[in-house]
Design a binder for this molecule. Structure first.
Ligand code: MTE
Ligand code: LUZ
Ligand code: MOS
Length: 766
């Protein structure tokens, strides 16, 4: 089986197609969006006359021009496509210019003026919480009795932890092209993880039945969650323009507009309290998560829920009380981002453990290891750990990477060096696989076999660089027992696959791959019956397929794949199959906040080594070594790419990527000159990934496990390695649990706590 990423060659040659690479249809118009110049205000007037007269302008549309419902909220109906009387974040779309060229459209934007009465701007989730600006209802997961448990603890520590948001920075910015076909019909090409969400929303805003809108997706230049829901508005806007003008219309966000107008990973602030026995067993944990949701609900409530699901990471804690609230602020609506609230939840428990270890004067890793969840123990939402591999991955990492000797080397280094210090930290991860909204765990596959033996495969899954197509080819080839080169994965299209779930939650291969296997089984079943007739035997179940050959009772026959297929056609046996898959045995009761939301968990353990330059505050991530549980991998190359890519994104989130919003709600880190993403130099030179062996997953396709999101959370280890290095430099300093740990923050903490005393003493003193 080929192990290459199937798009690798196209990408390398620059011939892979994205929305606006397809040659434009004749007469295509270009749209550009006027976004609110303030973060909160009442709209008094919008002056469009000058812009209407600008060269090339065909039309300008506002909320009044929406023929259907001006509403795109995916969960709660609180998000108009175009703002009406109030604007609630800087960049909030207010009007759309449609013009003959992108330049014309953007020039006209500069001629629009808005009269807006400024209202109070809130950017802090704690302030919003205090003021009662809460989206949905706060949630609490509870297990055991924390109050009683704290009373019995030898050590109780309390603190605060803050973690920043993150820009998705998909290479391909948000975009869509809408083409009117005939009658009231539209075809929409969208860079979306959720073609069905786009289809539904376009129909809703145009007041059409869903079947009038066809959405087609070739691939995305990255999504990372940023296009799970937030590709929808741009597709709807292009659709609105195409519907109104009757001409194809394309909307491509320029990078700076994309940075300014779209939501990001949710920043969180949290209060924690952790109680332990003196030998390091965690007895109780309480946490309050304040999610900075931005101005609209978007997917915030689902993200919030996943924060709760991962509030105890890989640990078993008998008494837990976890509260979480989505706090409405005047920032762009924050949204899905790889990990979906899980990483934010994990950061807090890791902070609490680090804090406790420092107070107790023991190794953080000692507490981590002692409390890893074991087979049959419960998570605070009632699900039990099954095939728990927290301890296994921990021990394989500890032994395989000779952590004890490694730590010794680091201690020796720190004893010798005064200008630089090293830190080493462990990061175990445990991530639940399945959409927590149970109904989304469904998928379909449509398989056509042509008479030459080639196979066309459609699923509801979207290729966004994660290697879905490569895996689907591998799965289909294996399920049909034919060569992968015979299989082609088609674009994702709403007329071929209806009502698909978003490609998200790392579950796309699990869901669509399982549906693919069912479709293949259906075809092979028909072929068996046909072959039984041809061979003149009754026991069709003894006909088997392997390597494009047919065997009967283990004996090779003269039948090959191609021969079977052409005989099936001549015998009028259907060569197409549609199959449907729904993940069995997952459920959740929101009233009682218990259930079995996940089909399974992904486990792993990473160790990270860093070096800090104490004079400059700069640092390097020297080494990351990890043991990861992939089940039985379908494509080791793709999986390794996902692990390394996720790790890189997690390191960026924890170190360099700092979103800065001014008090007036404006994004100050509005360009790549002010928002630093990790480049090759910022990433570890030495990454060693070991895939856990003998790690079958009976509920994944061919024993595999999902891979997309979990590795991002290894990046959290970098924060704690940096903290360990800081501790080596300044044992008594007050260090905040405040990520990202930018070089600036390293510097400030060192400067305040330690260097200042050194400098005060330094000149001429003993
Ligand atoms: N990898 C690449 N190259 N590009 C992406 O956009 N998205 C991530 C992850 N890996 C992403 C990626 C996110 S957020 C998810 S949920 C999964 O891929 C989605 O794909 P999967 O369900 O097939 O793992
Ligand atoms: N999206 C979603 C997700 O709608 N539900 C989820 O549980 C989820 N998890 C991770 C990423 N996206
Ligand atoms: Mo990923 S955050 O589920 O798109």
């Amino acid at each position: 089986m080929t192990n290459k990423h199937i798009d690798a060659e196209l990408h390398t040659r620059g011939t892979s197609l994205y929305v606006d690479d397809v040659p434009p249809p004749a007469g295509m118009l270009h749209a550009a969006i006027y976004g609110s110049p303030v973060a909160h205000g009442r709209v008094k007037a919008l002056h469009l006359d000058k812009a209407r007269k600008a060269p090339g302008v065909v039309a300008i549309y506002t909320a009044e021009d929406v023929p259907g419902e001006n509403q795109i909220g995916p969960v709660l109906p609180d998000e108009p496509l175009l703002a009406t009387d109030v604007v609630e974040y800087h960049g909030h779309p207010m009007a759309m210019v449609v013009a003959e060229s992108d330049e014309d459209a953007r020039h006209a934007l500069t001629l629009i003026e808005a009269d807006i009465e400024a209202l109070e701007v809130i950017t802090c989730p704690r302030v919003a919480h205090e003021a009662g600006h809460i989206l949905g209802t706060p949630r609490t997961f509870a297990m055991g009795d924390t109050a009683a448990a704290f009373a019995d603890c030898d050590i109780v520590v309390e603190g605060r932890s803050d973690v920043g948001g993150q820009e998705h920075l998909y290479l391909e910015t948000q975009r869509a092209r809408a083409v009117p076909t005939e009658g009231d019909r539209l075809r929409v090409y969208s860079s979306t993880q959720s073609p069905y969400a786009v289809q539904k929303a376009c129909a809703r805003i145009l007041g059409l039945p869903t079947h009038r809108v066809e959405v087609d997706v070739i691939r995305l230049g990255g999504g990372f969650g940023g296009k799970e829901d937030q590709a929808t508005s741009w597709a709807c806007l292009a659709a609105l323009a195409a519907h109104k003008t009757g001409r194809p219309t394309q909307l491509v966000l320029h990078r700076l507009d994309d940075l300014r107008m779209t939501g990001k990973r949710h920043p969180y602030s949290a209060d924690y309290k952790i109680g332990l026995s003196k030998d390091g067993n965690i007895q109780a944990f309480e946490v309050k998560h304040f999610q900075n949701s931005g101005a609209k609900t978007d997917l915030s409530l689902a993200v919030l829920e996943r924060t709760l699901f991962h509030s105890t990471n890989s640990y078993f804690i008998p008494n837990v009380r976890a509260y979480a609230a989505s706090c409405r602020t005047n920032l762009p609506p924050n949204t899905a981002f790889r990990g979906f609230g899980g990483p934010q939840g994990m950061f807090v428990i890791e902070s609490a453990i680090a804090h406790a270890a420092e107070v107790m004067g023991i190794d953080r890793a000692e507490i981590q290891k002692k409390n890893l969840i074991q087979e049959g123990e419960s998570f605070p939402y009632g699900q039990q750990a099954e095939r728990a591999r927290a301890v296994r991955t921990w021990e394989e990492a500890e032994e395989g990477f000779e952590v004890a000797a490694w730590q010794k080397d680091i201690d020796a280094y720190n004893a010798k060096n005064t200008a630089t210090k090293k830190g080493l930290a462990a990061m175990p991860i445990c991530f639940g696989i399945s959409f927590t909204a149970t109904f989304l765990n469904q998928a379909s596959a449509l398989m056509h076999v042509y008479t030459d033996g080639s196979v066309s495969l459609s699923t509801g899954g979207v290729e966004m660089g994660q290697g879905l197509s490569s895996k689907l080819v591998g799965i289909a080839a294996r399920a049909l027992h034919i060569s992968p080169h015979r299989i082609k994965v088609e674009t994702t299209n709403t007329t071929r696959i209806a009502n698909m779930s978003p490609s998200a939650a790392s579950a796309t291969t699990d869901l669509n791959g399982s549906a693919t296997i069912l479709a293949a089984d259906e075809l092979l079943g028909r072929f068996r019956e046909l072959l039984a007739r041809e061979l003149g035997v009754q026991d069709a179940e003894n006909i088997t397929f392997e390597d494009e050959r047919v065997y009967y009772r283990g004996e090779l026959t003269e039948w090959t794949w191609e021969k079977v297929v052409s005989q099936a056609y001549l015998s009028r046996v259907a060569l197409s199959a549609h199959a449907f898959f729904a993940t069995p045995n997952v459920w959740f009761d929101k009233q009682r906040e218990t259930g079995r939301p996940f089909a399974y968990h992904v486990f792993g353990t990473a160790w990270t080594e860093v070096t800090i330059d104490l004079l400059r505050g700069t640092y390097t991530v020297d080494r990351v070594r990890l043991v990861h549980d992939l089940g039985r991998t379908i494509n080791a190359n793709v999986d390794l790419g996902q692990i390394e890519g996720g790790l890189a994104q997690g390191i960026g989130w924890m170190t360099l990527e700092e979103l800065a919003f001014a008090e007036d709600g404006r994004l100050s880190s509005f360009a790549l000159s002010t928002y630093k993403v990790p480049d090759g130099d910022a990433l570890p030179e030495d990454i060693e990934v070991r895939m856990l062996e003998d790690a079958d997953n009976p509920v994944g396709p061919f024993g595999s496990k999902a891979v997309g999101e979990p590795p991002l959370m290894y990046g959290i280890g970098t924060f704690f390695a940096l903290r360990a290095a800081l501790r080596a430099a300044a044992p008594d300093a007050e260090l905040a649990f405040n990520a990202p740990m930018t070089p600036e923050k390293v510097m400030l903490q060192l400067h305040h706590q330690r260097l200042r005393t050194l400098w005060e003493k330094a000149p001429g003193e003993a």
